[in-house]
Design a protein around this ligand. Structure first.
Ligand SMILES: [Zn+2]
Ligand SMILES: [Zn+2]
Ligand SMILES: [Zn+2]
Length: 196
């Protein structure tokens, strides 16, 4: 099982409802079925049984003895698409192959070039950054030719010390241009109003 690896589902908004635990509202972890037929995460239902003797879904009487693994739910969950949680990695695939991907993921912190890791973490090192075009592009370049990418950004006389500064600069320029246009429009309006 890949339970010890973080499960980040690719389509969190369209996860199958029948694989959701009604106690924690997440996809089951170690799906466990109780005697009435309902399934919950193993840790969720074990905690519940300590306090209650009825099923949280249908109020049927349940006890710890009647619980067992729900292998069908487990197999279904293993087929759900997850993304790799390593920063910079754009891999996604079935949960059941996540563990083998992690073993060879070029973006695993233990395998990643420290220089590249620094680039990734320099600006806003959140997981969501995997989705930005800049991160996707440099991650792709890194996978294709790490040495060339490193070389490109290692010139002493270069204008930018970080790949991300380029992105930042672009955003700034766009904002400035927008503001300038707004001022222009305002002045134009003022002028027209004064002529009325
Ligand atoms: Zn749960
Ligand atoms: Zn039930
Ligand atoms: Zn990966």
């Amino acid at each position: 099982m890949s339970n010890h690896l973080p499960r980040v589902f690719k389509n969190p908004k369209s996860l199958p409802a029948h694989l959701m635990c009604t106690i924690c509202n997440e996809i089951f972890t170690d799906p466990t079925r109780v005697s009435c037929g309902h399934t919950f995460c193993s840790h969720c239902i074990l905690q519940w049984i300590k306090k209650s003797s009825t099923c949280p879904n249908c109020r049927a009487n349940i006890d710890k003895k009647g619980t067992g693994k729900d292998l069908i739910a487990a197999a279904d969950i293993n087929l759900l698409t997850v993304v790799c949680s390593n920063q910079g990695c754009s891999w996604f695939g079935a949960l059941e192959i996540l563990e083998s991907h992690h073993k060879e993921c070029p973006f695993h912190p233990e395998r990643l070039d420290p220089w590249f890791l620094e680039q990734l973490q320099r600006d806003g090192g959140t997981k969501n950054d995997n989705a930005t075009p800049t991160v996707r592009l440099i991650s792709w370049l890194y996978q294709k030719n790490a040495a060339a990418l490193k070389d490109m950004f290692s010139n002493d006389d270069k204008e930018y010390s970080s790949i991300f500064e380029i992105q930042e600069e672009n955003t700034k320029q766009k904002k400035n241009a927008k503001r300038k246009q707004e001022i222009k429009n305002e002045n134009c309006k003022k002028f027209l109003n004064s002529k009325k």
